[in-house]
Design a protein around this ligand. Structure first.
Ligand code: NAD
Length: 478
């Protein structure tokens, strides 16, 4: 693989990689206690909560995504603190050897699972929740006892700079190092035989990461995206249900991996849904279209490239006959784009082929809920699936007849928060699961250890005793 990285940058990264890979270094990290690992995580917590530092990362998130303080506290800091508290409580149990029972043919042999760090791991983060999605994998990699290289997203440049500074102030490079940069830096890092790569980003780049990992048979966790559907069956109070949708689609301006990508609802509910959507947007943001630009609670599109991408998706759909609902508010200079609904969408439209990752919500209708699994089956398996319904039978029907990385009933944006639940995709939306113990296991080698405590296999050593084997096979029913 060719890279176009400047020589000094190559030298800088090489130095970090060599320092971390040193056998004594990895062995020191491997032997570190839960207390020592937690101390590192607590240092990050303390750093983030220092008023001066808090001002810095809040300002960075505002510059990168127009994120207001309140949204940053709810969607970036709170999940990090929840994950940290869970690690503090559970890590010593996760690190313990896990005894397992043995089948009778292994009489006298004791089995256990020993968790050892994978070693030196790479964490590649995206731009959409640039603080949370960098720190969350980082603290779990530390919890598992690894040396970590963190590559924040260059697109959220201010948060990336904050993260680098934080890592440099808190850690020696042989423990944790941050490498800032874009495609050349990531391509260079991907040539290196890491022991694990934890990647959060798009399915397209996920494939690049997996191909590069294959060269060294490096294990990967791929936290990807996709088109997460939202299903209404018409049994839930419309205003309350739609308020959840507006929050899910407008928080971070729809730039959330688990944002509802499109809605499926009964034909008869369409007009009510559209009216309720407009009403809830006005309630949340003091108006719709251009008026929303005055609201502090509504963020901005990350960059011009994504602004253009979203505009193109919309134009393509409108050219192909989609119908637009809601007033449009667009200010390219400030990357402001208000939420819109689209009906009459068809599979040829790009908006139905690609993950939207922005404030456009296609509304599709069905005659009978029984059609929904077949409709979903035409798409890649999504990261999340949402069902808004008061009807138990309908909810069970959807959960039992569809597949998705995670699912949430009567609430949105919650599949990633509970550290006791695995979070991640399935096939196109991701490989491997994260959160709490699931992340710890991703960053660990689960070593199966067998130890003889009594007896031996000597009675079955060659030359084989035909009578004995016959007798054994009769008992064991071989
Ligand atoms: P992206 O794939 O463009 O970038 C992610 C990371 O990969 C960045 O650090 C970037 O520098 C690097 N990268 C980009 N192009 C590369 C290349 N050609 N070679 C090597 N590295 C490269 O993703 P994004 O735009 O930052 O984030 C949006 C995507 O991430 C969406 O698809 C979203 O659904 C997904 N996402 C998933 C989760 C999850 O937890 N499953 C969370 C957030 C975002």
């Amino acid at each position: 693989m060719e890279t176009i990285l400047e020589e000094h940058k190559v030298a800088e990264i090489k130095e970090i990689l060599i320092q971390q890979r040193d056998l004594e270094n990895l062995s020191r990290l491997r032997k570190s206690s839960a207390k020592e690992r937690i101390a590192k995580i607590k240092a990050i917590e303390k750093y983030l909560l220092q008023p001066q530092k808090q001002e810095l990362w809040l300002a960075a998130l505002h510059k990168d995504l127009g994120k207001c303080k309140e949204e940053a506290l709810i969607t970036e800091l709170s999940p990090i603190l929840t994950a940290m508290a869970h690690i503090y409580k559970e890590l010593k149990y996760w690190m313990m050897d896990e005894p397992v029972s043995s089948p009778w043919v292994m009489a006298g042999l004791k089995g256990k699972i020993q968790f050892e760090p994978k070693g030196q791991v790479l964490v590649i983060a995206p731009w959409n929740y640039p603080l949370q999605l960098a720190i969350n994998p980082l603290i779990h990699a530390i919890a598992a006892g690894n040396a970590v290289v963190l590559k924040p997203s260059e697109i959220a440049a201010h948060t990336s700079a904050f993260l680098r500074q934080m890592v440099e102030e808190l850690f020696a490079a042989q423990d944790v190092a941050a490498v800032e940069g874009g495609i050349p830096e990531t391509t260079y890092l991907l040539e290196y035989p890491f022991h694990h790569i934890f990647f959060t980003g798009s399915p397209a780049v996920g494939k690049i990461v997996m191909r590069a990992a294959a060269n060294h048979l490096t294990s990967v966790t791929l936290e990807l995206g996709g088109k997460s559907p939202l299903i209404f069956d018409g049994t839930y109070p419309i205003d309350a249900g739609v308020a959840k949708v507006v929050f899910g689609k407008c928080v971070n301006v729809g730039q959330t991996c688990i944002a509802p990508d499109y809605v499926l609802l009964p034909k008869a509910l369409k007009d009510d849904f559209i009216a309720a959507f407009a009403k809830q947007v006005e309630r949340f943001y003091g108006g719709q279209g251009a008026a929303m630009q005055q609201s502090d609670s509504y963020g901005r599109i990350i960059d011009d490239k994504n602004f253009k991408r979203l505009n193109d998706l919309l134009e393509d759909a409108l050219e192909k006959g989609a119908q637009l609902h809601m007033e449009r508010g667009v200010d390219p200079e400030h990357k402001f784009m208000s939420p819109v609904l689209l009906s009459n969408v068809t599979p040829e439209m790009k908006v139905m082929q690609e993950e939207i990752f922005g404030p456009i919500l296609p509304v599709m209708t069905y005659d009978n809920l029984a059609e929904v699994p077949a409709i979903l089956n035409d798409f890649e398996k999504p990261l999340a699936l949402y069902m808004i319904s008061k009807n138990k039978k309908n909810r069970r029907f959807i959960l039992e007849n569809t597949t998705s990385g995670g699912a949430a009933v009567n609430e949105l944006m919650v599949t990633s928060i509970n550290p006791n639940l695995p979070f991640g995709g399935v096939n196109f939306s991701g490989i491997g699961k994260s959160n709490g113990r699931y992340s710890f296991v991703e960053f660990s080698n689960e070593k199966g250890v067998v130890q003889r405590t009594w007896g031996s296999f000597s009675i079955v050593y060659p030359p084989y005793n035909k009578t004995l084997v016959k007798w054994l096979s009769r008992i064991a029913k071989w």
